[in-house]
Design a protein around this ligand. Structure first.
Ligand SMILES: [Zn+2]
Length: 288
């Protein structure tokens, strides 16, 4: 399931084709993804210029010249494929998350931009992803973003903010950090990795962190995200013209999906256990 770093990698991969481009044609092959597509979806996009491609949490946001923003969420299995014919910089077809079965191509967008004509296809076998259109000036008040916590990589996000957001919460650390109102963009993988990096047990009550532990956790969250974005960027650079995969696959985790392997810090075996129905990976020895 794509988390902040994977969505950011997709954003960086798509941006050269989309930013400044004109939308020539849009085809939605079904009326809904996880939710129904907004009324007049193709018509509202066609002819618009894409002025910027941003990200908030796990959402991509394409700001349009029409005053609306196209909001895109990859859900669990969403991916974009770009076919850019005849461009000098990146010839050929390439994918942003491995091979895609065309039966699950749900939305196609043809654009003309600095790199020439490109065909961008949204493919999503499980259809937990979605797209929406909202007025750009009211974006932060839209249902998608109104309750969302701070961006972990913003300068404004501080250890004190993290501590304040966790204060009084009785939930275990793992559940609290998955809550998008505490901090945006984290999912199962990077919560496990950040807690390991900070030496904090996923079972510890979230509301009773010392200032020093909150500072360690804050630094760990940023470090694991930045390293994963860096790994995603490398895979993007190596990727043009190949049929490889982006994101998770080239990135090595310290504890996530490493049950029984030695903890990279203390050598004790990494444990797997279930919290709120999902697997947690942690070191039982050096995470307190
Ligand atoms: Zn350990």
């Amino acid at each position: 399931m794509p988390e902040l770093p994977e969505v950011e990698t997709v954003r960086r991969g798509l941006a050269p084709f989309l930013v400044g481009a004109r939308v020539d044609r849009v085809e939605a092959r079904r009326p809904d993804l996880r939710f129904p597509l907004p009324a007049g979806f193709a018509e509202r996009l066609t002819g618009a210029r894409i002025d910027a491609l941003g990200r908030r949490g796990k959402y991509l946001m394409a700001a349009l010249s029409t005053g609306e923003t196209l909001i895109m969420h990859l859900g669990m299995s969403g991916r974009f494929t770009v076919a850019a014919a005849g461009t000098a910089r990146r010839p050929g077809d390439f994918h942003f998350a491995g091979a895609a079965d065309p039966a699950h191509d749900h939305v196609t967008m043809e654009v003309t931009g600095d790199l020439g004509k490109a065909r961008i296809v949204y493919n999503d076998p499980r259809r937990f992803g979605f797209m929406d259109l909202a007025p750009t000036e009211a974006l932060e008040r839209s249902t998608h973003f109104s309750g969302m916590g701070p961006e972990p990589l913003d300068e404004a996000f501080s250890a004190a903010m993290l501590k304040a957001a966790l204060n009084g919460r009785r939930a275990p650390m793992k559940a609290a950090l998955l809550d998008q109102a505490v901090v945006a963009g984290l999912g199962n993988i990077y919560v496990c990795e950040a807690l390991w990096r900070a030496g904090v047990s996923p079972r510890r009550p979230a509301g009773r962190l010392s200032a020093a532990t909150a500072a360690r956790l804050h630094a760990a969250i940023r470090a694991v995200l930045l390293e994963a974005i860096e790994a995603g960027g490398s895979s993007l650079r190596d990727f043009a013209g190949s049929d490889g995969a982006l994101g998770y696959f080239q990135h090595r985790f310290s504890v996530y999906d490493r049950e029984g392997a030695p903890c990279p810090r203390c050598g004790a075996p990494v444990r797997r256990f279930v919290q709120s129905g999902r697997s947690t990976f942690a070191c039982g020895k050096c995470q307190k």
